[in-house]
Design a binder for this molecule. Sequence first.
Ligand code: 16G
Length: 167
Amino acid sequence: FHRSPAKFQPFISAASPGETWLKVRPLKDTDFDRGFLQLLSQLTTVGNVSRTQFLTRFSQMKASGDYFVTVIEDTRKNEIIGAASLVIERKFIHNCSVRGRLEDVVVNDTYRGKQLGKLIVVTVSLLAEHLGCYKMSLDCKDKLIKFYKSLGYVLLPGNSNSMTIRY
Ligand code: 16G
């Protein structure tokens, strides 16, 4: 009886991401030199962000205490190959609760098939839960709905239409 090997993906976690040379960890200053911004440019426009601009923005994020940027590093190549951010939004509602937003999820497209997208989204989602978020939300392209559904995210028809105004 032949079964697809894809159904028998090994168990992976942030502590054990499937390959000894992959590391899941928080973003750090030196990731500017590990291609962090080049990775983000696989998601959308990054622009010409200088080292100083990167460091200033990152230190603002850290000072606020509400940004948790998680990355996957390929330690063989000294390169960032995956990233996802949790942004905490403070509320009055739900007993002054906090809401999580999953942002800027990207995995280098040459690392497909290693379940790294799942790994980084699950890692950041667990972090949101751990930090007391009452819900976690995201915006994504149509083609990624299936992926996020497989990780437990749901579309709420009629209830939570995402709307945008661009400047
Ligand atoms: C996607 C991202 C969002 C990112 C945006 C950039 C996820 C879950 N969603 O919606 O975080 O900021 O793309 O696209 O990663 P934009 O440049 O059109 O705003």
